[in-house]
Write a new protein. Structure first.
Lengths: 111, 116
């Protein structure tokens, strides 16, 4: 079975540009999580969905960040406009019960 | 409040040594789940084990073993005869799943370096 799929794997963009990260969870998993990891702040939960509904978005840094899950097999995390401090690795994870399975991450660099 | 503490920030050992990574948790819920994840230098986060609060049996998987002790609120992870490939950051995490909450509370991780 395919694991969690994320795209792109690497993204380099300039400050002010819109960035869209994509995630396909494991089939049959009903929870999806977006995390951000940096050296300074470690692993932070940004938002998570249960059955496509956002449950907790308290970790979303500010209004520049938005996430959607239009169906059970796809989610996006959008940053508009991007800033250099958004540079990080963004992980998507999905779960069916309690353990979360992570995608390979998207390394975002904002110049 | 729920919390996971991994007091060891970095550990360095020589290959073939045994090493234990500590994890102490706090929760008032009686039902909870504990996890260990591995993040090797390549960056992916790999699920290693889940333990629920009603099962205090220790778990062994090859060179890996886990010691869950509710009396001390600890869920420690031991690698026996460590190898260079074990070099990674290891995270301990907790969830109570209360009210269908799937959020994991993460420790800050322990960076393990296994030197040849």
């Amino acid at each position: 079975d395919a694991g969690v799929i994320q795209s792109p794997r690497h993204e380099v963009t300039e400050m002010g540009q819109e960035v869209t990260l994509r995630c396909k969870p494991i089939s049959g998993h009903n929870s999806l999580f977006w995390y951000r990891q940096t050296m300074m702040r470690g692993l932070e939960l940004l938002i998570y969905f249960n059955n496509n509904v956002p449950i907790d978005d308290s970790g979303m840094p500010e209004d520049r960040f938005s996430a959607k899950m239009p169906n059970a097999s796809f989610s996006t995390l959008k940053i508009q406009p991007s800033e250099p401090r958004d540079s990080a690795v963004y992980f998507c994870a999905s779960s069916a019960y309690n353990e979360q399975f992570f995608g390979p991450g998207t390394r975002l660099t904002v110049l | 409040a729920q919390k996971v503490t991994q007091a060891q920030t970095e550990i360095s050992v020589v290959e073939k040594e045994d090493v234990t990574l500590d994890c102490v948790y706090e929760t008032r819920d009686t039902t909870y789940y504990l996890f260990w994840y591995k993040q090797p230098p390549s960056g992916e986060l790999v699920f290693l084990i889940r333990r629920n609060s009603f099962d205090e049996q220790n778990e062994i998987s090859g060179r890996y073993s886990w010691n869950f002790q509710k009396s001390t609120s600890s869920f420690n992870f031991t690698i026996t005869a460590s190898q260079v490939v074990d070099s990674a950051v290891y995270f301990c995490a907790l969830t109570t799943n209360a009210g269908n909450n799937r959020k994991l509370i993460w420790g800050l991780g322990t960076s393990l370096a296994v030197n040849p």
